[in-house]
Ligand binder design. Structure first.
Ligand code: GDP
Ligand code: MG
Length: 437
């Protein structure tokens, strides 16, 4: 059932559980399933789990102090590595820097051209020029003009001209003459890889020698994305990949496969149709997303926003002095509630997301706990060890809960206090913050 599953997942994660070789194999099977679910190529997923297994055995995960944590870390690190390791920037060394967009029709080249121009202009103080080289569809030139207007970036186009090489050269000349630092060349794509399209983009590439050639790919195309990436890379030897349409449910497995096959960094992701829906690609965040480990980073960020630091310091002091009581517990519950819906929060906790899928958790899950605590006297809240049988009976009556529930709460409270004490020592600061302590 749910709580068992949750317990098990969290137990292992906290490093209390016994991990055996069977557990490792099973965990890796789960990981492999997650990868396949996320559209990662079968061969790559298999290689990946083999590597992790070797590393796990090499590092003696089984006998380590916190095998669960070590295992999760191994998987995540390896996945991060597989997607590129460090964050890669864009080469802006040219005068002007020329950025060439490539990719199939509908992949999001025109949209991303606008997003990138906007990004470079607002975040990097660059003066960007957009150049319209999709000569096959008049609507494509209009589209780029609309985009340019939205973000206040000049668009260079030449409607009578059907030679994209000539247009791109003229655009670059215009940029040089008018003090632009960046020229973004938007090109035509087709619905599938074909010779004419490849020749055309290869010719542009050769003629303008861009500092940066970017391959734009729709992350929803899954396995096809890998073949397309390979075809473009064979011809252009591009510098980086842009993964678009990573909003919604797409899990981004294409990121792993593409990186593995063409060995080029993913530089940006597109997360929506609007001009500000662009993000630098962080391999480690994507690793979290693919593993379904929950968006821990957002959880921590949200917790940090909401969370009362003063209160936190007080509680930490109390834990250190062994003075943590039920009033503090109450105030923690309130902190957690402030962070938002319980269901949302649980979904962000590693391991919990899957177990909770499809289950309805009420946001007032804390109600009974609160009722029990409210029925305690201040003295009892500060000194839970005083709660003997007759006091428990009184509290049960006052709160309308059973003695069993009260015992259960006491047990949970005890475990939690112990855990918090343990985390005080080590690197559990983040976890503490997540828990609102
Ligand atoms: P192009 O043919 O490669 O130039 O592709 P477009 O830039 O015209 O994009 C094709 C469609 O995808 C348009 O409807 C865009 O609004 C949409 N699109 C592009 N990027 C994204 C994205 O990151 N998220 C979503 N949801 N839609 C996108
Ligand atoms: Mg276009």
């Amino acid at each position: 059932n749910l709580s068992e599953k949750l317990d098990k997942a969290l137990h292992v994660l906290k490093g209390h559980g016994q991990i055996t070789e069977i557990n490792v194999a099973e965990t890796l099977k789960e990981v492999r399933r997650a990868l396949l679910d996320a559209d990662v190529n079968f061969k790559i997923a298999k290689e990946f789990t083999n590597t992790v297994k070797e590393k796990a055995l090499g590092q003696d995960v089984l006998t380590s102090l916190q095998p669960g944590q070590l295992m999760v870390k191994l998987v995540k690190d390896e996945l991060t590595q597989l997607m590129g390791g460090d964050v890669e920037g864009i080469n802006l060394s040219g005068a002007p820097s020329i950025i060439l967009m490539s990719g199939l029709q509908g992949s999001g080249k025109t949209t991303f051209s606008g997003k990138l121009a906007n990004f470079l202009q607002t975040k990097k103080s660059k003066k960007a020029l957009l150049v319209a080289c999709d000569v096959y569809r008049p609507a494509a030139i209009d589209q780029l003009h609309v985009v340019g207007e939205q973000i206040g970036v000049e668009v260079f186009s030449d409607r009578g001209n059907t030679d994209p090489v000539a247009i791109s050269k003229a655009g670059i000349a215009h940029a040089k003459a008018n003090g632009f630092n960046v020229v973004i060349i938007d090109t035509a794509g087709r619905l599938a890889v074909d010779e004419q399209m490849m020749n055309e983009i290869a010719n542009i590439h050769k003629a303008i020698e861009p500092q940066e050639t970017l391959f734009v790919v729709d992350s929803m195309t899954g396995q096809d994305a890998v073949n397309t990436a390979k075809a473009f890379n064979d011809v252009l030897n591009f510098d980086g990949v842009i993964l678009t349409k990573l909003d919604g449910d797409t899990r981004g497995g294409a990121a792993i496969s593409i990186k593995s096959v063409v060995n080029k960094p993913i530089k940006f992701i597109g997360t929506g149709e609007k001009m500000d829906a662009i993000d630098v690609f962080y391999p480690s965040r994507m690793a979290d997303r693919i593993l379904g480990m929950g968006d821990v980073v957002s959880l921590v960020e949200r917790a940090q926003e909401q969370f009362d630091e003063e209160e936190a310091r007080k509680i930490q002091k109390k834990i250190a002095k062994n003075k943590f009581g039920f009033d503090d517990f109450l105030s923690q519950i309130q902190q957690i509630k402030k962070m938002g819906s319980l269901k949302d929060l649980m979904g962000m906790i590693p391991g919990a997301g899957k177990a909770l899928k499809g289950l309805d958790i009420e946001d007032d899950a804390f109600k009974h706990i609160e009722a029990i605590i409210y029925s305690m006297t201040p003295d009892e809240r500060a000194n839970p060890t005083k709660l003997n049988a007759s006091r428990k009976k009184r509290i049960a009556k006052g709160s309308g809960r059973t003695i069993q529930e009260i015992n259960q709460l006491l047990k949970q409270f005890d475990q939690m206090s112990k855990m918090m004490k343990m985390m005080q020592g080590g690197g559990g600061k983040k976890m503490m913050q997540m828990m609102g302590a």
